[in-house]
Design a protein around this ligand. Structure first.
Ligand SMILES: Cc1cc2nc3c(=O)[nH]c(=O)nc-3n(C[C@H](O)[C@H](O)[C@H](O)COP(=O)(O)OP(=O)(O)OC[C@H]3O[C@@H](n4cnc5c(N)ncnc54)[C@H](O)[C@@H]3O)c2cc1C
Length: 530
């Protein structure tokens, strides 16, 4: 017999398989030794009350052989001699999962990535963290695996209508992720584990005959008769395919500029910008779990906050429990921060983006931005206006930090009271932080919304609003500031045939899983189109 069971247990009980078996037996009305095995289907933490519980849904086998979860079985074909070839630009989650899908469909992907493989990329991250030098083609955003490689690897998405989330999670398990990502309510992989998984995906692509090339920055598109004929790379090579998947992510400003210069339609897109906030993890644990210490059975606590401040949305973004704040800049003299966590999330800090929505109406009255646009010989009506706004704020932040990616920072309560902090608390950000008045860095509408937002969050989470927390600027790469339009039925650019704008950079995804799903979706469309 097999049966699905739901249990609500104490954290210590949920961590012990023998205790679990006795609860399963009890709920079915049988003996523990008749339970031949069980498989977790869902696991979540219920911390609403004073006592924290673990909610489990599981599938139990009673008096019959236990069958463990199967890994997903996909028929990746040999595409080394395939007649159909498709260019994929960018080896982020979208590009990688697009390539896998093309292979499944018998099409040879030719993957062009501007950065380096995951291993070589690590050295560039070290130089950025230690020496304050950014390689514009190999950094936290660019290189094999894309922006998701050195991240927290959170794998949850709200866009479940856009594709098959389970298939993506199962593929991650097939390539080496632990199978708990299949049942955790908030699965994550961790920076230390992601590189091996990305390497396994690449090895699958190349062993099937897909082409995977590094140091191949696409710098031009050749268009004939309103159709894309080939792409040109920085080393002057031309690559041909029947279609081009453009999966270059939200930080490929050169691609947005290239499209605009070639008069290929793009649009300015609202995005969100703000700061990263870091608390000692123990403060967040105490607030969320209502106890002085979380003990050994609960993971480092996280949070998700949202507040409407007048007409603006202020919200937490990419929260990393037990994480590190990272310099996610792609250019020198532009300061961008983001966050990552190792799989165990065992660093002593909890960081999260805290951002405010930015729409074009917010930019109209900003004098310094108008000046900045003049220097760029463009105006507010440019499709690149949001991108330039993002760039301007990042440059202000770099200057305010004093160089070498030292980040301008303030204690949280000081920040909300317009007081420059006399000292700063310990912070995980390796290039270092510098006390400053963040009003000089952030535009007033962002700054005001954040101040009100922090105060409101302090009321929702008692203890959150504290001078033990540090506000670090600037969190600016939340989503793409540009949309590359595509026809909703063909997924091609409405003006350029066979050009498929894809995932986060084009404005159709946000996060690892949704980018991967969009990559698959575009590849599947190409398979049935040509
Ligand atoms: C530090 C950090 C932490 C994050 N944490 C999480 C998280 O925990 N969970 C989550 O869901 N999301 C997270 N994100 C966001 C997530 O990484 C992105 O949403 C996701 O990677 C987008 O996928 P993508 O394939 O669309 O683009 P990207 O991942 O940005 O990939 C684009 C790729 O294109 C390449 N490229 C760009 N221009 C060119 C060119 N001209 N020629 C050739 N190649 C080019 C880039 O090098 C890059 O590899 C994080 C991001 C960062 C930076």
């Amino acid at each position: 017999m097999q049966q699905q069971i739901s249990l609500k247990l104490l954290p210590s009980e949920a961590a012990d398989d023998n205790i679990l078996k006795s609860y399963i037996a009890n709920s079915i009305g049988t003996k523990p030794d008749e339970i031949s095995g069980f498989r977790l289907l869902k696991r979540s933490i219920d911390a609403r009350g004073k006592q924290v519980y673990i909610n489990l849904t599981l599938h139990a086998y009673i008096n019959e052989p236990f069958i463990d979860r199967d890994t997903v079985n996909i028929n990746f074909k040999d595409v080394s001699k395939a007649a159909r070839k498709v260019i994929v630009i960018g080896a982020g989650p979208a590009g990688l999962f697009a390539a896998l899908k093309l292979i499944e469909e018998g099409i040879q992907p030719i993957l062009l990535e501007r950065g380096k493989d995951v291993r070589a990329r690590r050295r560039d991250l070290a130089a950025l963290n230690r020496e304050g030098i950014v390689n514009p083609d190999s950094n936290y955003c660019f290189g094999e695996g894309g922006a998701g490689t050195y991240s927290d690897g959170k794998l949850y998405t709200r866009s479940n209508k856009r594709g098959d989330i389970n298939r993506i999670l199962n593929l991650f398990v097939k390539f080496g992720a632990e199978d708990q990502i299949l049942y955790e309510a908030h699965p994550h992989i961790g920076t230390n584990k992601l590189p091996n998984i990305i390497t396994a995906i690449r090895e699958c692509i190349t062993s099937c005959g897909g082409v995977f090339l590094f140091d191949k920055k696409v710098t031009d598109f050749v268009i004939e008769d309103d159709s894309i004929k080939c792409v040109i790379t920085a080393d002057n090579n031309a690559f041909h395919g029947e279609a081009v998947i453009l999966a270059t992510g939200h930080s490929a400003r050169d691609i947005f500029t290239l499209l605009n210069n070639k008069q290929i339609a793009i649009e300015a897109k609202p995005f969100a910008l703000g700061v990263r906030i870091e608390h000692p993890q123990s403060i967040i644990d105490t607030i969320q779990y209502h106890c002085s210490s979380r003990g050994e059975y609960l993971p480092p606590a996280s949070y998700s906050l949202v507040q409407q401040v007048e007409s603006k949305g202020v919200f937490s973004f990419c929260m990393c429990p037990g994480g590190i704040i990272a310099p996610a800049s792609t250019n020198n003299e532009e300061l961008v921060v983001n966050g990552w966590s190792p799989s165990k999330r065992n660093n002593p800090f909890a960081n999260s983006g805290m951002v405010v929505t930015v729409e074009d109406k917010d930019l109209a009255g900003l004098k310094d931005f108008k000046e900045y646009l003049k220097e760029r010989t463009t105006g507010l009506d440019s499709p690149l206006s949001m991108m330039y706004f993002q760039e301007m704020v990042e440059r202000n932040a770099y200057k305010a930090g004093g160089g070498k990616f030292v980040a301008p920072a303030q204690r949280m309560a000081d920040y909300c009271n317009n007081k420059t902090s006399g000292s700063l608390p310990a912070c995980s950000y390796l290039p270092g932080i510098q006390t400053t008045d963040l009003r000089t860095t952030l535009p007033r509408f962002i700054h005001k919304s954040l101040q009100e937002g922090f105060k409101a969050f302090g009321k929702k989470m008692k203890g959150y609003y504290t001078n033990e927390a540090v506000v670090v600027a600037t969190e600016s790469r939340t989503s793409s500031p540009v949309r590359i339009p595509r026809d909703s039925s063909t997924l091609q650019h409405p003006q350029i045939k066979n050009l498929y704008p894809c995932a986060e950079g084009a404005g159709y995804a946000g996060g690892i899983v949704s980018a991967a799903m969009d990559g698959e979706r575009v590849a599947a469309m190409i398979a049935v189109t040509q």
